[in-house]
Design a binder for this molecule. Structure first.
Ligand SMILES: NC(=O)c1ccc[n+]([C@@H]2O[C@H](COP(=O)([O-])OP(=O)(O)OC[C@H]3O[C@@H](n4cnc5c(N)ncnc54)[C@H](OP(=O)(O)O)[C@@H]3O)[C@@H](O)[C@H]2O)c1
Length: 288
């Protein structure tokens, strides 16, 4: 914590979106006081902040009033808004001996330069977890990548530990690649599932039924991946080297160019990263 800060810091959440809501609830459960939820303007933005504030016993504001006595501000605004929101809040009140965090996976603590310039200690603190509307996952067991000023990193590590997460250090230069990894793990994985539903459509199965019928194989695949590793979880025509089957797939996907592209790209990745039989023949048909 910062010098002179006793006990848990009082927190203000800036932005009541998907992350802001889940985070505020986990912090509250871990015994933190949420002083304020700060929105960007009146209207819909403030209404969301008020809803969250009611749930966690906080107050909602459309700016940073001097009456808010938070020690730590956690920016949960979209990446594109972090620097702008930091500049706007930097004009409002005293920032010496305050800690400010943001949770972008790609951007570094330098996005908060305006507040650092006013005396705050700043850090980026990214949970490798997905937060969507209507779901508020627990932060227990979640890894958090952290970099920034020493005092802010110290405070962030303590908070992550209190919510049951695992803190680790990341270099600023690694953040973009780190976030590309995270994007594969959830958003692009979801894009693969959406593509999979389209392919089910070609087999006469509608999206809703496809989703229901795929759950057992999806869950078992993840269980195998967790229990073994990618190679141990890999089954199907490519590991067996069934060249004709792969040819047939590529033929039937001709009418679905986007799905065919995804299939070919992932099959090529399998040739690079996974155990495969008939590698050269598969390579040839995937290149054609
Ligand atoms: N969602 C995830 O899975 C996830 C995972 C890890 C990290 N993150 C990070 O978490 C941050 C937030 O992402 P999110 O998915 O939670 O976004 P989101 O659901 O779009 O929520 C962002 C919230 O910020 C508010 N906002 C925008 N500009 C603001 C400002 N200047 N001042 C105060 N509030 C403002 C928005 O409200 P209005 O538009 O109504 O003003 C909205 O409620 C991002 O940095 C993201 O990279 C997200």
């Amino acid at each position: 914590m910062l010098p002179g800060m006793k006990g848990k810091p009082r927190i203000a959440i800036v932005g009541a979106g998907n992350l802001g809501c889940a985070l505020a609830i986990s912090l509250r459960k871990a015994g933190y006081t949420i002083e304020a939820v700060i929105a960007r303007s009146r209207g819909a933005s403030l209404k969301k902040a008020q809803r969250l504030a009611r749930e966690i016993g906080a107050r909602a504001f459309a700016s940073r009033p001097t009456s808010v006595r938070a020690d730590l501000y956690w920016f949960c605004v979209p990446d594109s808004q972090i620097a702008r929101a930091a500049r706007a809040l930097a004009e409002q009140g005293e920032w010496k001996e305050r800690i400010v965090l943001h949770s972008s996976g790609a951007l570094t603590s330098d996005e908060l330069a305006a507040l650092r310039g006013r005396g705050a200690a700043v850090a980026s603190v990214h949970p490798l977890m997905t937060f969507v509307r209507g779901s508020r996952p627990s932060l227990a067991g979640v890894p958090f990548a952290i970099e920034g000023d020493a005092a802010a990193v110290r405070a962030a590590r303590q908070i992550v530990s209190d919510v049951g997460g695992h803190a680790y250090s990341i270099h600023k230069a690694d953040k973009a690649a780190y976030h590309a990894w995270g994007t594969f793990a959830s958003p692009l994985f979801t894009a693969l599932l959406a593509t999979t539903e389209q392919v089910a459509g070609a087999a006469g199965v509608n999206r809703k039924a496809a989703r229901r019928r795929m759950m057992p194989i999806l869950l078992q695949t993840l269980a195998n991946y967790a229990a073994f590793d990618a190679a141990g979880a890999f089954s199907g025509p490519i590991v067996r080297g069934d060249v004709d089957t792969v040819k047939q797939h590529l033929r039937v996907l001709r009418d679905m160019p986007a799905a065919r592209e995804v299939y070919a790209a992932l099959a090529r990745a399998a040739l690079l990263y996974l155990p495969v039989k008939n590698r050269n023949s598969l390579k040839r048909i995937l290149a054609s």
